[in-house]
Design a protein around this ligand. Structure first.
Ligand code: XBP
Ligand code: MG
Length: 251
């Protein structure tokens, strides 16, 4: 009788566990600009374009360079801006302003009850990731990998490769839950199956490589109203996630 194979689910953070970008990180960046006397404001549309650049520090450097700031003046300013932005984002996390995406906590608890090991693989900085996850998802994840442990940022697969090693599972025994094309590429690059839960910034991205694309963790009204259950953009429940894994040994 083959032993049961450990399975795992690795969650992305920004845009997946919490819809952090538009009203979280973007707002914190703008407050840091204002506090440090930098004449920049990232509106929703401009920040959406900047999200193509992984990592807040790189995003800042790219935008200030595009605004004509020479590298000699940018280097120190980018570090100070990102440090202040991170402090402001932690304050936002601690204020209760940031909440889990609807339905994601129930999925996490259901996967845990089904015996899956749970990990996090994010491009975000450890300084705020641990604060946010401790507050919103206490004691739910077995391993948390941030840009501190995986400095090669998505779409590079390093965050997923590291979380797989720490969880002790093989790539084909793990499903990634992502929100973006960059995260999808990182998960696929590490050999994981991947379900994408889109959001306002990622809905129109190229997601053809995903094993499943859904609008949210809970079925939308259109799905519930669909008598034949054929609506393609259903929610994401435990069985749907575990069905993405290849057949595995049973106890
Ligand atoms: C999203 C990112 C991060 C955040 C900002 O990470 O690209 O850079 O936008 O956080 P993921 P930092 O979707 O992988 O969770 O400013 O700490 O980089
Ligand atoms: Mg993300």
């Amino acid at each position: 009788m083959p032993a049961a194979v450990a399975v795992a689910v690795a969650f992305d953070v920004d845009g997946t566990l919490v819809d952090t970008e538009r009203d979280g990180h973007r707002v914190a960046f703008n407050r840091a600009f204002s506090e440090l006397g930098v004449d920049r404001t990232w509106d929703v549309e401009h920040y959406g374009r900047l999200l193509a650049i992984p990592g807040g520090r790189r995003r800042l450097d790219h935008d200030l360079a595009a605004a004509g700031l020479p590298e000699t003046e940018r280097a120190d300013l980018v570090v100070r801006l990102h440090e202040r932005k991170t402090e402001l984002f932690v304050e936002m996390a601690e204020s209760g302003l940031l909440t889990p995406r609807s339905g994601v906590t129930a999925l996490i608890d259901g996967l845990r009850a089904a015996g899956a090991r749970l990990g996090v693989a994010t491009t975000g900085s450890g300084a705020w990731v641990h604060q946010l996850l401790d507050r919103l998802f206490p004691d739910r994840f077995d391993e948390i990998v941030t840009s501190d442990e995986a400095p090669r940022l998505k779409p590079h697969p390093q965050a997923y490769t590291v979380v797989l090693q720490r969880l002790g599972v093989a790539p084909d025994a793990c499903v990634a839950i992502e929100d973006s094309a960059a995260g999808l590429r990182a998960a696929c690059g590490a050999g994981l199956r991947c379900a994408v839960v889109v959001n306002g910034y990622t809905r129109d991205q190229a997601l053809q490589a995903a094993d499943l694309v859904v609008d949210g963790f809970e079925p939308t009204a259109a799905v519930l109203a669909d008598p034949h259950g054929l609506h393609p953009r259903r929610g994401l429940d435990v069985e749907t996630v575990l069905r993405l894994l290849p057949a595995r040994g049973s106890a």
